[in-house]
Write a protein that binds this ligand. Structure first.
Ligand SMILES: CC(C)(COP(=O)(O)OP(=O)(O)OC[C@H]1O[C@@H](n2cnc3c(N)ncnc32)[C@H](O)[C@@H]1OP(=O)(O)O)[C@@H](O)C(=O)NCCC(=O)NCCS
Length: 241
């Protein structure tokens, strides 16, 4: 848009350095405590290591996620497309205060969970994916990110929504989550219903979830050999879901 100047400008063209624009587009980040690496014994005996994804792993993750755009069962296509944009948003710094967790079995990428902080109190759950089925890997990944919010970041509320029947059954029903009135309150994922967990409800009920799902707890004393086996992340050759 243009308007005539109401005053002479000694420099009629003002230039910006892209770094100055970047500071406005990104905004200041919250100082999030890191996720401490943990392991979980799955119900079939395998060990799932859960750690933060490294930024340099994002291109490999994006390449693999592209394959899910063609998976037209269990809502893997829409979740894959949205996760693709979220991983890219994290990589290109276009997501406010994101966290990105990966679940690995001997280095193989088996699970994904991410979210972002709306503010210091409200944690927005974005997506969870089981990249290998049958091990309750998705259930564990979702629990881990809620644990991160409540136990490590000190959040007061958890806001989630569900695109798939499996997701709704796993956590909407599985964690007996209440929801806010809809459409008055909408989740940023497509304006769907917001299901929520408060810190009080987390302490009362939800902390028992992973024990009930897997028979074990998140274990933050990860032996060196498990850390080593998962240091280098690999993506499966094919889609395994
Ligand atoms: C939702 C999701 C993360 C849950 O993952 P999960 O907890 O590991 O569980 P799965 O969906 O793989 O399996 C659900 C149940 O069906 C069974 N199952 C479904 N498909 C299966 C398959 N191909 N092979 C073996 N078991 C299968 C599982 O054994 C499990 O049974 P259980 O309850 O007795 O453990 C996963 O279904 C997923 O990634 N879906 C696509 C993305 C998505 O919907 N994300 C959530 C958005 S709301």
């Amino acid at each position: 848009m243009r308007l005539p100047l109401p005053e002479k400008a000694s420099q009629p063209t003002v230039e910006f350095d892209a770094e100055e624009i970047e500071a406005i587009l990104q905004g200041p980040a919250l100082d999030l405590k890191p996720w401490p690496v943990c392991q979980v014994k799955l119900k079939d005996g395998r060990t799932l290591l859960i750690r933060e994804a490294k930024l340099e792993e994002a291109p490999m993750m994006l390449d693999y996620l592209k394959k899910f755009l063609d998976v037209d069962h269990d809502f893997y296509d829409i979740v894959g497309a949205r996760v693709y944009s979220e991983v890219l948003g994290w990589y290109r710094k276009r997501l406010k205060d994101p966290y990105t967790l990966v679940g690995l079995i001997d280095g193989l990428w088996a699970g994904f969970a991410n979210g972002r902080l709306m503010n210091e109190d409200i944690n927005i759950s974005l997506h969870t994916m089981a990249l290998i089925r049958g091990g309750r890997i998705g259930a564990v990944m979702y629990y881990a990110k809620a644990y991160y919010g409540f136990e490590i970041l000190g959040n007061k509320e958890w806001w989630a929504t569900y695109e798939s029947y499996n997701g709704w059954a796993r956590w909407g029903v599985g964690m007996a989550q209440p929801s806010y009135p809809w459409p008055d309150v909408q989740h940023e994922l497509g304006g769907a219903r917001v299901y929520y967990v408060t810190k009080k409800y987390w302490d009362q009920m939800v902390k028992k979830y992973v024990q009930q799902m897997t028979g074990s707890e998140l274990d933050f004393n990860v032996p060196d050999e498990v850390i080593k086996a998962n240091e280098v992340m690999r993506v499966p050759d094919e889609v395994l879901v």
